[in-house]
Design a protein around this ligand. Structure first.
Ligand SMILES: C[S@@+](CC[C@H](N)C(=O)[O-])C[C@H]1O[C@@H](n2cnc3c(N)ncnc32)[C@H](O)[C@@H]1O
Length: 293
């Protein structure tokens, strides 16, 4: 069918107008679309996924000690967990003396013992923990048993993985007080099962650093069960100023206090007091005392 000329022209014109409008619209729309996307949640999500997720992952690796330390503390060589094996090797060469127990800081032993005595006073006595029996964990030669626990508790038990420390404690270091030691356990704390409902106080000093997070948590759970009514667990250790650090020399982990709190919380214990040990030289890693029930 023939189309009148005027009609054809007007149709073409209309067509062009449509095209121009479409062009203008699509150009505008593209711009709008881009800017809408840039401000939309999905854009942010995509951006986060691309950049921030990776950054967070790296942050996690850096900041979460469990992630970073796991391969180090749980490395097995020929069936041996290297973290524990190295500590065992280290202490084999350590002398059974106060110097051996304190490393380079033997001169601060009396400050340490006085700080501990003052801290412990707050949890023992009428209406609090009894004074029948205490357990010294990672006791070494019994420096704390002698200076802090034996003056308060009638009887004591001691546990350490090194036989030569326990022998020295019994035969020499504790003198006549050795008669009040009911049992010396030569055990690794990660395997040690304290008897239930036996102790008024469980003291864990400068040895929690030798246990992995998981083993420490499980050990604390067992210690909780070993408490008599009113009993208290005291953990005293070096605490990192930031994060978590592994010392490959003696195979120990220094944890930030918050990380330690997390482990204690996971063990189902309630922290009743936290105090920094004062009077130690600034170059030393801060030492904190934590009492829990
Ligand atoms: C730095 S000394 C501290 C001794 C004592 N607590 C003191 O403050 O004088 C660490 C002690 O923990 C013991 N130890 C280290 N790792 C242990 C483990 N996994 N189980 C039992 N004892 C351990 C060592 O044999 C050593 O006697």
């Amino acid at each position: 069918m023939d189309v009148p000329i005027e009609e054809t022209d007007s149709a073409t014109l209309q067509n062009l107008e449509h095209k121009a409008a479409h062009q203008a619209f699509s150009e505008r729309w593209k711009k709008t679309d881009d800017s809408m996307c840039r401000h939309s949640m999905s854009f942010h999500l995509l951006h986060s996924l691309r950049t921030e997720f990776f950054a967070s992952y790296v942050y996690l690796l850096e900041k979460t000690p469990l992630v970073k330390l796991f391969p180090v503390t749980c490395e097995y060589i020929e069936g041996e967990k290297q973290f524990y094996y190295r500590a065992q090797q280290f202490y084999e060469d350590v002398s059974a003396s106060e110097e051996g127990m304190m490393g380079d800081f033997v001169e601060i032993s009396h400050v340490d013992l006085e700080g501990s005595r003052q801290f412990l006073k707050r949890f023992v006595g009428p209406g609090l923990a009894g004074t029948e029996r205490a357990l010294d964990c990672g006791c070494g030669i019994g420096r704390i048993s002698k200076g802090v626990l034996l003056p308060i508790f009638e009887k004591m038990e001691m546990v350490d993985m090194m036989e030569h420390f326990l022998l020295h404690a019994h035969e020499e270091y504790l003198g006549d007080d050795a008669d009040r030691i009911e049992t010396y356990y030569c055990y690794n704390l990660q395997e040690f099962m304290p008897q239930a409902k036996r102790y008024d106080c469980v003291w864990i000093q400068w040895v929690a650093c030798h246990l992995t997070d998981k083993d420490l948590m499980n050990f604390l759970m067992r210690c909780k069960k070993s408490l008599r009514p009113g009993g208290v667990i005291v953990l005293k250790d070096n605490m990192a100023r930031q994060g978590c650090k592994l010392d490959p020399v003696d195979s120990s982990i220094i944890r930030h206090l918050d990380i330690m709190r997390g482990i204690i919380f996971k063990a189902g214990l309630e922290i009743v007091a936290v105090e920094k040990q004062e009077g130690f030289p600034e170059i030393m890693v801060p030492v904190w005392m934590v009492a829990m029930k």
